[in-house]
Design a protein around this ligand. Structure first.
Ligand SMILES: NC(=O)c1ccc[n+]([C@@H]2O[C@H](COP(=O)([O-])OP(=O)(O)OC[C@H]3O[C@@H](n4cnc5c(N)ncnc54)[C@H](OP(=O)(O)O)[C@@H]3O)[C@@H](O)[C@H]2O)c1
Length: 237
């Protein structure tokens, strides 16, 4: 039986992805801060589940907990770093919190996964970045910058694995808007999909070991539009 760990599995995309993986027979490690939500999800899943409470903003402790979860599962094949936060019009403390989770926490979990798979000699790391990583935006400067960091970090991990000649697959998932708590308060969203639809597309991309996938796919051509629109026009959006 194949095994996956999802970091940030308590709700939204991570929760839907756990349910999607279970439909495909995976044994699943569920991790995040909200233990009751993870336990409730665990009881819904028919395949084997393992639950671990961890907070990615405490890198050393989170790494210890992730390694303990890997041991409890007797090894895993895929680690998905999905944890993330987005604040509308963030205060300084919310900007700092975004960096703690999406930058420091992401790097800590990606590095822990890379260390584990390097020692194992194979594996698959999946980062859930965002279409927001493509270009900066006035309403969510820190979020877009944090997602650009994740995109760049995943490229670096892919090159590191290739250079070391270790078959570790790295998949960068770039969703457009997905109807979750995270974007509930945001305006001017379009092409919004359900977490379940996003999870189906994400699973397919992981299964195909894609390097990068836009979710849904129509965000791929749109990402090029976002990149080439002149600044004077883009900043009005
Ligand atoms: N929704 C969208 O439109 C959209 C679009 C593009 C990309 N994304 C990305 O997709 C990912 C999931 O987003 P979502 O929409 O599903 O958001 P969500 O519903 O708010 O879920 C966020 C998840 O991250 C976990 N998390 C947050 N802070 C954490 C911490 N300090 N330690 C461990 N886990 C933490 C949460 O678990 P706990 O609270 O239990 O810790 C939760 O499971 C994020 O990386 C987000 O940036 C979302």
């Amino acid at each position: 039986m194949r095994k996956v760990i999802i970091i940030g599995a308590s709700r939204g995309i991570g929760r839907a992805l756990a349910l999607e993986f279970s439909l495909h027979g995976y044994s699943i490690g569920l991790a995040s801060r909200n233990l009751p939500a993870l336990d409730a999800l665990s009881s819904e899943i028919k395949t084997d589940t393992f639950v671990k409470q961890l907070d990615v903003t405490e890198p050393a402790t989170a790494t210890t907990h992730l390694n303990a979860l890997i041991d409890e599962m007797d090894g895993v094949d895929v680690i998905v770093v999905n944890s993330g936060v987005l604040f509308a019009e963030p205060t300084w403390s919310e900007i700092a919190a975004t960096i703690d989770v999406n930058v420091t926490g992401f790097a800590a979990m990606a590095e822990a996964a890379m260390t584990y798979f390097s020692e194992k000699g194979c594996g698959h790391i999946v980062g859930i970045s965002s279409i927001a990583g493509v270009r900066g935006a006035r309403r969510s400067s820190v979020y877009n910058a944090s997602k650009a960091f994740e995109v760049n970090y995943l490229q670096g991990l892919r090159h590191r694995a290739a250079h070391a000649r270790v078959p570790i697959h790295i998949t960068d998932i770039r969703p457009g808007p997905v109807r979750t708590e995270m974007i509930a308060s945001l305006k001017s969203m379009f092409w919004i999909v359900s977490p379940e639809a996003a999870a189906r597309d994400i699973f397919k991309a992981i299964n195909k070991k894609k390097k990068c996938a836009y979710v849904p796919r129509r965000w791929w051509p749109m990402s090029w539009v976002i990149k080439v629109v002149p600044d004077w026009l883009y900043r009005r959006a």
